[in-house]
Design a protein around this ligand. Sequence first.
Ligand code: SF4
Ligand code: SF4
Length: 146
Amino acid sequence: MSGYFSELITGSKSLLVGLGVTFKALISPVVTVQYPREKIDVTSAVRGHIDLVKDEATGTHRCMVCLSCMKVCPCQCITVQGEKREGVKGKVLTLFALDFTKCSLCGLCVESCKPKAIDFSNEYELAGFTRDEFVFDLLKRVKERA
Ligand code: SF4
Ligand code: SF4
C-alpha cells in the first residue's frame, strides 16, 4: 500500500514539474516567426551567393571586365564576358554567370575585385529541382534591381 502512495506522490510531482515547464513556455516572449509568411532580416554576416553590386551613382554595376574574379575562382564557377564598343572606354560587360552548384563561398572573387563590383548577397531561399536553376545570370539580376 505504501508503494502505491509513493508512486502517486512521485507521479504528481512529475506532473507539476511538466506543467511548470509548459506554463513557463506559455508566458515567454515568442521568438519564432510564421515562415514563409513572415520573414526576419538576416544579419550582414550572411554569405549568400555573390551578386553584382549596384552602383548608386550610375544605377548600374561597376564591373570593368578585368576577369580577375574568374581567374582567381578555385571552383571555376564564374564566367565573365565583355566586348569593345564604339566610343566606350574599356570593355562593356555582356555576361556574368555564376554556377552556384560549384561555389564554395570562399570569397576569393570578392577579395580580388578592385572596384568592389561584387559582394555576397543575402539570398537564402534557394531551392530547385535541377542544377540549371542554380546557374545565375548576375548581369540580368543587377539590371532588374537597377
Ligand atoms: S567583378 Fe570585379 S574582378 Fe570580376 S571582372 Fe568585374 S571588375 Fe573584374
Ligand atoms: S566565392 Fe569562391 S568559389 Fe564562389 S564564385 Fe567566388 S571565388 Fe568562386
